[in-house]
Each structure stands twice: as structure tokens, then as C-alpha cells.
Design a protein around this ligand. Structure first.
Ligand SMILES: NC(=O)c1ccc[n+]([C@@H]2O[C@H](COP(=O)([O-])OP(=O)(O)OC[C@H]3O[C@@H](n4cnc5c(N)ncnc54)[C@H](O)[C@@H]3O)[C@@H](O)[C@H]2O)c1
Ligand SMILES: [Zn+2]
Ligand SMILES: [Zn+2]
Length: 391
């Protein structure tokens, strides 16, 4: 079958790879109808997560049609339309029982790397390097979905593939940021990053009753989407003093909840950026925590910061003093999709959660390298590139 593979830093290629097959009794095979790029993939493409091998198939957000079902699968039939959580979880271990699905003890078949790096191994993810299980990704004609009764969900008739596609990851991730970031009715919430993840976090905060939600970025076309489709306020950090403006919009107190949806390749206008970028590129730090720092400094005392952006290792100049003395709660996680996808699909069906605008570029999978270039360089007002393997 055809698949989009990683060949080296910033080198992608569509090539023939073996078809997946059922390996375990709880697997299904899905014919991918739509699969989408994610900010997380950029960290792999750019070589910031150094556990890829040439030929690995990328992609972890997708919808498709079930074409084969393992003998112990009960929820799915051949022909079903499904959306699949990007993290792979068994549904039976202690972590799954706590609904901390991305921490599943059985989702990652290659735990040695992350055990060494982080003390314990989190779960596995599709198409997300050998550190996250070495699973083949979804930028392909077909994909094997392990533990399918836990991670794949039927798409209601009233929800299109394109809308459901974003339940796979960015909408679940955003919802998790607002939910576990403890957004309460009446709160002021600030979100760093107006990509799909930041937009979905902002929408979740609104649906959870936040009074004001403010999204921060520098790309006007993304901020325009936030105002138009998400219904949140915006701040362009290249044109405004973010800290001053956030205070102004929160009665002088600062936002109650700050959600960071930027990640390790953050940009910032000042000299700090050059410092962080130089250290990042020399591998003296593994991540650029610009937006995390800002979230911590600007959050109100006793408030909550949720880090949705992906980080891999150690960072420099982490404002531990501000976090400690201001009494902040700082949390983070890879997405627990299985916990949110059914509810998100219901909200999508009711029209409360719209996602189609995020798919700014829809193209055949064979144009995958071009799609990644548009997405990575934020060219042509790209928010996300969606690939259709059968087109
Ligand atoms: N926790 C999870 O499970 C999970 C799931 C999906 C994605 N992610 C991560 O979320 C992050 C965002 O993903 P995305 O797909 O929206 O990516 P994206 O690249 O489309 O968007 C990131 C946005 O952040 C903006 N940005 C950069 N520096 C900034 C700064 N200092 N202040 C404010 N905005 C800034 C960029 O301009 C861009 O619009 C990535 O790190 C990704 O890896 C995490
Ligand atoms: Zn993703
Ligand atoms: Zn589990």
C-alpha cells in the first residue's frame, strides 16, 4: 500500500510499504479515508524527537472504514465508519481504569526508551516514533488499530468524516486542557497558540462556561478563525503586551486558567528566542519553553496552568519560583482521547463543536510532502493539511 514515510530530518516521501494485518485478537484494520497533520508531527519531521527510523509511517489522527475485525472485537463490524484515538490504550490496566488512557501500561510495546528517559513509560501512539511504540501511522491507505473496542468509535450518521476527524486528537486534546486545567463557569482563560489544539482548547473552555477566553498567537489568519469559528477573543503577541493586556481583560487579577498549546518549537519576538533557539539547535536543551514560561508568569495567583504542547526532555529557565510562590497548579498530559471522544462526537452532532475550518488544505496522500511543507512553514494560511489516501 501507499504511505507517507519519514526518511530523515525534513525529508518525507510517499512510498510502498507492506499492508497491515491483524496481529492480535483485539485488532481491527481500518481503511483510512482522511488523516491530518498535527503540530506533534512537526517535532518528528524537524528531528526534535530523535527516535524515528527511515521508512517509518507518520500520522496519528484519522478516520476510516473498518475492513477487517479480529476475533475478540465486539464493538465493530466491517463497513463501520470510525474515528480512532491517537493514543493506544488497553482499557484494562490500572491507568486505563483511572481514565488516564495515554498513560496505559500496555499501549507501548517498546517501553525501554521512555523508561530510561522519564522513569516510567507512557502509552503508545500511532506514527509517533519508536519511543512511543514504533506503531505504523495513519498517513497510509490502511492501518492496524490495536485494542479497537477501546480506541475506535463509530461516527454518528449526523457527523461528517471531516468534522469527526478532529475528535481523533486535537479536539480531545483541547478538551482535556480545559477539563483537567480545571476551567470553571465564570473563569477567564488564556490559551497560547491558535493552531487546531489551541482553538479546540478555547472552544472547550467556552462550552465549560468560561466567561472570557483569550487566544494568543502572531498569525492573523489563525486569530481570525478563532474570532469567527471559536467565538473567543484574540491577542497578537507581536502587536500587544500580552501580560498587560491579560491583566486588563481579567480585572487586574490575571487569567484563572492558562492553557499552553504551542510546544517545544515555540517562537517569541525578543532576544530570549535567539537564546532558546541556539540552545535548542545545539542540543543544550531539548525544548523551547517560551509559552510555558509566559503562562506561568501571567497566570493569576493560585491559578492553574495546563501544558498541552509536546515537550521531550529538559528545559532551561523554568520559572519554578513563580510557580511555587504564586501557588500555581501545573498539569500536563498527552491526550486521553478515549475519555472524551464519545462526548465530543455528540457535541459535533449537535453543532456545538465545529472543526471543518481547521482543514484549510485537503489533498491526496501523494501530495503529503507538500502538505507538510505548507503546514510547517504556515504558508498559504495553512492551519492543517488533510490527506485522502484513496484520492
Ligand atoms: N498533549 C497532547 O496530547 C497533544 C496532542 C496534539 C498536539 N499537541 C501539541 O500541541 C502543540 C500545538 O499543536 P498544533 O497542531 O495546534 O500546532 P500548530 O503548529 O498548528 O500551532 C502552534 C501555534 O503556536 C503558535 N505559537 C508559537 N509560539 C508562540 C508563542 N510564544 N505564543 C503564542 N503562540 C505561539 C504558532 O504561531 C502556531 O500558530 C504542539 O506542540 C503539539 O505537539 C499535544
Ligand atoms: Zn496530534
Ligand atoms: Zn491500559
Amino acid at each position: 500500500m501507499k504511505a507517507l514515510t519519514w526518511q530523515g530530518v525534513n525529508k518525507l516521501q510517499v512510498e510502498k510499504v507492506p499492508d497491515p494485518r491483524i496481529i492480535n485478537t483485539r485488532d481491527i484494520i481500518v481503511k483510512v479515508t482522511k488523516t491530518v497533520t498535527c503540530g506533534s508531527d512537526l517535532h518528528l519531521v524537524g528531528g526534535y524527537i530523535p527516535f524515528m527510523k527511515a521508512g517509518d509511517v507518520l500520522g496519528h489522527e484519522f478516520v476510516g472504514e473498518v475492513v477487517e475485525v479480529g476475533p475478540n472485537v465486539t464493538n465493530h463490524r466491517v463497513g463501520d465508519r470510525v474515528v480512532v484515538s491517537s493514543f493506544i490504550s488497553c482499557g484494562k490496566c490500572w491507568y486505563c481504569a483511572q481514565e488516564l488512557y495515554s498513560l496505559c501500561d500496555n499501549g507501548n510495546q517498546n517501553p525501554a526508551i521512555t523508561e530510561e528517559l522519564w522513569g516510567f513509560a507512557p502509552g503508545g501512539c500511532f506514527g509517533y516514533s519508536h519511543a512511543m511504540g514504533g506503531n505504523a501511522g495513519s498517513h497510509a491507505e490502511y492501518i492496524r488499530v490495536p485494542f479497537a473496542d477501546v480506541g475506535a468509535f463509530p461516527i454518528p450518521d449526523g457527523v461528517s468524516d471531516l468534522r469527526a476527524l478532529f475528535a481523533s486528537d486535537s479536539a480531545s486534546t483541547g478538551w482535556m486542557g480545559a477539563d483537567l486545567g480545571n476551567v470553571r463557569p465564570g473563569d477567564v482563560v488564556a490559551v497560547w497558540g491558535a493552531g487546531a489544539v489551541g482553538q479546540m482548547a478555547a472552544r472547550a473552555a467556552i462550552l465549560l462556561g468560561a466567561e472570557r477566553v483569550i487566544v494568543i498567537d502572531r498569525y492573523e489568519y489563525r486569530l481570525e478563525q478563532v474570532r469567527r469559528y471559536i467565538g473567543a477573543e484574540t491577542l497578537n503577541y507581536e502587536q500587544t503586551d500580552v501580560g498587560g493586556e491579560l491583566r486588563e481583560r481579567s480585572g487586574g487579577r490575571g487569567p484563572d486558567v492558562c492553557i499552553e498549546a504551542v510546544g517545544m518549537e515555540a517562537h517569541s519576538p525578543g532576544p530570549e528566542f535567539l537564546y532558546d533557539q541556539a540552545k535548542h539547535q545545539l542540543r543544550l536543551q531539548t525544548d523551547r519553553p517560551t509559552a510555558v514560561r509566559e503562562a506561568i508568569y501571567n497566570c493569576r495567583k493560585g491559578g492553574s496552568v495546563f501544558v498541552l504542547g509536546v515537550y521531550a526532555g529538559v528545559v532551561d529557565k523554568f520559572p519554578l519560583g513563580a510557580m511555587m510562590n504564586k501557588g500555581l497548579t501545573v498539569r500536563s498530559a498527552q491526550m486521553h482521547g478515549q475519555r472524551y471522544i464519545p462526548m465530543l462526537l455528540e457535541r459535533m452532532e449537535k453543532g456545538e463543536l465545529l472543526t471543518e475550518h481547521l482543514a484549510t488544505h485537503i489533498m491526496p496522500l501523494k501530495q503529503g510532502p507538500k502538505g507538510y511543507e505548507l503546514f510547517k512553514e504556515k504558508k498559504d494560511n495553512c492551519v492543517r493539511a488533510v490527506f485522502e489516501p484513496s484520492a
